[in-house]
Design a protein around this ligand. Structure first.
Ligand code: SF4
Length: 335
C-alpha cells in the first residue's frame, strides 16, 4: 500500500559495491566501487553497453552471483537500513521476493513451464505472507488484474506457453510486486517485447509504482527507454559508474563523453541520417584494465592525463556526478 509520507526516502543505498570474477585470464572486476541510492517512488535507470556490469550489479544486490567464479569482495547494500550482504543464506531467502522483487529479461526463463499461473504468482504469497486456500486465490486474481491480464479468474489456470509474450512479462511483473517489495529490479524487461507492447509495459510499471511507491532499478542498454521511464540515471562503463544524476539534467547536459555518445546513438524520428551513429571501438577487456580512464581508447576528447590516471568522480551543479578529467574545472566538490 502506498504511504505517501514516505515517498522520497532512501530504500536502497549501495555503497562501494565490488564483485570480482576469478577467471583463467585474471581477475575480472565486473562491478568495481559502484555506489547509488534508490528512493521510494522513484526509478533509477542503470544504463550501459553489454558487459559494462549492470546485470552483475543487480545480481549482486540479490546475492545471486554464481560463486565460484564470482565473489562480492566489498561494499554495503543497505535495504531500508539493513546491510543485506551481512545476512546468511536463509535470511536472504526471506528477503528475495518479499522486500526486493525482480523482473528478468526473458519471461520464458523466469516462468516454470510445468506450473500454471496461479501456482507461480501464488508461490511468493504462500511463502512470505502465509496465504492459502481461497484467500490466496483471490490475491492472485487481484495481482493479475493489476497487471491487466484479461479474465484473470480463467487465465490463472493457463500455463506460460498459453500466454502471449507481453502477457508472460506482465505475469512476471505480478510475481515481482506480489509481496509489495520496497525495491523492484527490472533487468531489461522489455527487450523481448515488440515496440507497442513495450510502451504498454513501461506504462504499467509506472502505474504500479504510483500505486505502491516501489523504488525501481531499471537496467537497460537503451537511453531512449531511460528518457521515458526513469527519474534519475547511473551510467556504467567497464564496471564503474561514470556519470549519475537527474535524467533531464543528463539529457540536456551530459557531463561524460560516454554518456554523450550513448545519447547520440539514440535514433531520432525528426532527423534524417544516412547512417545511425555508433560509438567507435569496443569496451575494454575487464581483466586488463590499467590506471588509465577505461574510455580513453574510444573518447574523442582524450588527452595525456586520461591515460596517466583514472579520473576522480566530480560533483557538478544540481548533484550531477561525472568521472572525467574534463569536468574538474566545473566541480562544486569531489564526490
Ligand atoms: Fe575522455 Fe579523458 Fe574524460 Fe576519460 S577522462 S572520458 S578519456 S576526456
Amino acid at each position: 500500500m502506498l504511504d505517501s509520507d514516505r515517498i522520497g526516502e532512501v530504500v536502497l543505498d549501495v555503497k562501494d559495491l565490488r564483485t570480482y570474477f576469478v577467471t583463467r585470464w585474471g581477475v575480472v572486476k565486473a562491478v568495481d566501487g559502484v555506489s547509488f541510492q534508490v528512493r521510494r517512488g522513484e526509478t533509477l535507470g542503470v544504463v550501459g553497453e553489454s558487459g559494462c556490469g549492470k546485470s552483475v550489479t543487480s545480481l549482486s544486490i540479490m546475492r545471486l552471483v554464481p560463486s565460484p567464479p564470482g565473489h562480492i569482495v566489498g561494499g554495503q547494500v543497505l535495504l531500508e537500513g539493513d546491510d543485506i550482504l551481512e545476512l546468511d543464506d536463509g535470511e536472504m531467502e526471506e528477503i528475495r521476493g518479499s522486500r526486493i522483487g525482480m523482473v528478468l529479461q526473458d519471461p520464458m526463463t523466469a516462468l516454470n513451464p510445468v506450473f500454471d499461473i496461479e501456482d507461480q504468482v501464488g508461490e511468493a504469497l504462500k511463502i512470505h505472507k502465509n496465504m492459502s486456500g481461497e484467500g490466496l486465490k483471490a490475491n492472485v486474481i487481484e495481482m493479475l488484474r493489476k497487471v491487466r491480464i484479461p479474465a484473470p479468474e480463467v487465465r490463472i489456470k493457463d500455463f506460460p506457453h498459453q500466454l502471449s509474450g507481453g502477457m508472460r512479462q506482465r505475469v512476471v511483473g505480478a510475481i515481482g510486486i506480489s509481496c509489495d517489495p520496497a525495491v523492484l529490479i527490472a533487468d531489461e524487461p522489455t527487450t523481448s517485447l515488440d515496440a507497442t507492447i513495450q510502451a504498454q509495459y513501461l506504462r504499467l510499471l509506472r502505474e504500479l509504482q504510483e500505486q505502491t511507491g516501489v523504488g525501481i532499478i531499471f537496467i537497460t542498454h537503451d537511453f531512449g527507454i531511460v528518457a521515458k521511464m526513469c527519474d534519475r540515471v547511473a551510467v556504467m562503463y567497464a564496471g564503474k559508474i561514470v556519470e549519475q544524476g537527474d535524467v533531464r539534467q543528463i539529457f540536456n547536459k551530459p557531463a561524460h563523453p560516454y554518456t554523450e555518445a550513448l545519447i547520440q546513438s539514440v535514433p531520432k524520428m525528426e532527423e534524417k541520417a544516412e547512417r545511425l551513429y555508433s560509438i567507435p571501438g569496443q569496451p575494454p577487456a575487464l581483466w586488463a584494465l590499467d590506471q588509465s580512464c577505461a574510455f580513453a581508447d574510444r573518447c574523442r576528447y582524450a588527452f595525456d592525463r586520461c591515460t596517466a590516471e583514472y579520473p576522480d568522480m566530480f560533483e557538478l551543479e544540481h548533484g550531477q556526478l561525472a568521472a572525467c578529467w574534463l569536468r574538474e574545472k566545473d566541480k562544486v566538490a569531489t564526490a
